[in-house]
Design a protein around this ligand. Structure first.
Ligand code: SF4
Length: 367
């Protein structure tokens, strides 16, 4: 991995800590002026996955999850720790961020970012308004942890601040037991794995951990006092999908204490039209764009509603058996899917947020 540091990011603590383990790096004035000297878009994205920039971030450290128009969204907030991902999924939306190649982390995260987070948490604590915050929206929360230790610092920060809220760290990497041994468990911290079937992991999620390694990691998280979550997202249509996805849910429910699972979400494949071309160029063996799609209310391509419903209904037996302990939700789905699959009247994003707030409150009561 090549490391490039903005001059103005140099004095900050996180930059200095990372540099201790990087004897050689390049100093630049400004990320925005950096010249890549590469023509093809697909090569630029691939090269960007091997170049880490430490920059001085001047934007918003806390922002609402971008969600999607006209579908129900859970009201989650993002603590913005960086952009870009060294892993390489064929459906990754970050492939469209062509004007922002490279992996970026913010040198000033500990000084400026944590300061913002602290006041945000305190404000909500005073109002007794539960917060759900996560870091894995524009990057994988833990893929660069071996270099940055950002999640470790955040977990310690969470314990010290003791906020009225939960922190969700979404990832597709494996975490060894030794990683958790260094930490003090906190049920308000949720290690969340995006989960998929072996077939899809193997064919569409390059560089990510195997299914088995993700589930092993989740076991360690529970052993050391954290909560876990699983996101079946994106669920991808293929010949045995309606058997293999629910079998995976069954495995999870049978192997984890259900009360330690914060939530499980489901979302079928959806993507902006322009992603298909770039993804097919970058991942020639991908099969996921060959289905027929409709254009959803948010202008994203998705499966026909009957296909989505069939996939979701395949989970129903397991959902029914465990819903007393586990909170289930759909990511970016319509009221109709909620009603016809789960029999739940979720008519607005506020209804969905309330449901997840309740689950988050339960975790806070364990701490
Ligand atoms: S792990 Fe997430 S952020 Fe990383 S490439 Fe895959 S979809 Fe994109």
């Amino acid at each position: 991995m090549k490391l490039i540091v903005e001059n103005s990011a140099l004095p900050f603590q996180l930059t200095q800590e990372i540099l201790k383990n990087f004897p050689s790096y390049q100093l630049i004035e400004d990320y925005e002026d950096f010249k890549w000297n590469i023509d093809r878009e697909e090569d630029l994205i691939t090269l960007g996955k091997k170049v880490l920039f430490i920059t001085h971030f001047k934007g918003d450290f806390i922002k609402p999850c971008p969600g999607t128009q006209n579908y129900l969204c859970c009201g989650y907030q993002i603590f913005h720790i960086g952009e870009g991902c060294p892993l390489d999924c064929s459906y990754c939306i970050l492939q469209l961020y062509l004007n922002r190649p490279g992996l970026k982390i913010w040198g000033n995260l500990l000084e400026d970012g944590l300061e913002k987070l602290k006041s945000h948490l305190r404000e909500h604590k005073n109002k007794r308004k539960i917060l759900r915050i996560g870091t894995g929206e524009f990057t994988d929360s833990l893929a660069l942890e071996g270099i940055t230790h950002i999640s470790e610092k955040l977990i310690n920060f969470w314990r010290e601040e003791s906020p009225f809220g939960v922190l969700e760290l979404k990832t597709k990497v494996a975490l060894k037991e030794e990683f958790f041994q260094r930490l003090k468990g906190d049920p308000r911290v949720i290690f969340a794995w995006s989960i998929n079937t072996e077939k899809i992991i193997h064919s569409e999620e390059r560089g990510t951990a195997s299914l088995r390694a993700r589930l092993e990691s989740a076991k360690h998280a529970i052993k050391y006092g954290f909560s876990v979550a699983f996101h079946f997202d994106p669920i991808i249509l293929y010949e045995r999908a309606s058997e293999e996805y629910p079998a995976l849910l069954e495995t999870i429910l049978n192997n984890f204490p259900n009360e330690r699972i914060a939530w499980i979400s489901f979302g079928t494949l959806r993507f902006p039209k322009s992603l298909k071309e770039i993804a097919q160029k970058r991942c020639p063996s991908t099969q996921i764009y060959t289905e027929e799609f409709i254009e959803g209310l948010d202008q994203k391509r998705r499966y026909f509603i009957d296909q989505r419903k069939k996939l979701y209904l395949s989970f129903k037996k397991w959902i029914e058996e465990s819903k007393e302990f586990v909170t289930y939700y759909f990511c970016m789905e319509s009221e109709r899917i909620w009603k016809e699959v789960l029999g739940e009247d979720i008519q607005s994003s506020e209804n969905l947020a309330e449901k997840l707030d309740k689950a988050a409150l339960r975790l806070c009561s364990f701490s």
